[in-house]
Design a protein around this ligand. Structure first.
Ligand code: SAM
Length: 212
């Protein structure tokens, strides 16, 4: 399989068709080798329009969702970005193309290890930690951008605290099974919230998330 052509088809048929326009995001989606982040037995499906299974019942999000969330964040090269839910590391790799400082937290140790290995093999630099991402990463705050890649019952207050003034955060918020993607901007210390797409992420489990 020619993965470069598969990525071009993915961008044309899934990402542009869903209205993604940011050229830097499109370039990142054309560049990051998604097949290096999925299970070896699933590499042939790595550029399909599907969320794919990872260890312990978790998933790698659909490519267009990765692109849409990355575009919503309006990331600039100098930004410091925090991701909650490293999973296999694919979204973190896309973020690492868009800016120089990516931090990512994963609660399941096996997945954090898998992501570290995938990111190293694919050549992306991301600072990782294992733990409850609903508490953020206070030692490295504030963050210009925060992306939550698991479905939350509410916006975790620690993440709002750790978002820089004027910063943007994107998070799926709703029930355990269905959420709305919310874009939050912190203005004068307060969140201004805009609702966008409906979505279905695996649950965010933690102190300000769902119970296990
Ligand atoms: N961004 C990932 C990728 O590119 O593969 C996909 C993320 S997957 C949809 C959601 C991830 O969030 C899972 O790996 C899950 O273990 C993780 N997660 C759930 N609750 C978490 C929490 N409180 N802190 C950190 N990670 C969490």
């Amino acid at each position: 399989m020619d993965y470069k052509i598969a990525r071009q088809n993915m961008v044309r048929n899934q990402i542009l068709k869903r209205g993604v326009k940011n050229e830097l995001v499109i370039k990142a989606m054309l560049e990051v080798p998604r097949h290096l982040f999925v299970d070896k037995g699933m590499q042939s499906q790595s550029y399909s329009d599907n969320a794919l299974p990872l260890l312990r019942g978790q998933t790698i999000s659909q490519p267009h969702m990765v692109a849409l969330m990355s575009e919503m964040l309006k990331i600039e090269k100098q930004h410091k970005v925090l991701e909650i839910g490293t999973g296999c590391g694919y979204q973190a790799a896309v973020l690492a193309v868009l800016c120089d400082n990516v931090y990512s937290i994963e609660r399941i140790p096996e997945l954090a290890e898998l992501a570290a290995e995938n990111l190293k093999n694919a050549g992306y630099r991301v600072t990782q930690k294992t733990g409850d991402g609903t508490l953020g990463w206070p030692e490295n705050a504030p963050f210009d951008r925060i992306i939550v890649t698991a479905g939350a019952p509410e916006m975790p207050p620690s993440l709002l605290d750790q978002l820089a003034e004027g910063g943007l955060m994107v998070a799926p918020v709703g029930s355990r099974s269905v959420q709305t993607l919310k874009l939050i901007q912190k203005v004068n210390g307060k969140p201004i919230v805009k609702n966008s797409y409906d979505c279905a992420f695996v649950p965010l489990i933690g102190e300000s998330g769902w119970k296990e």
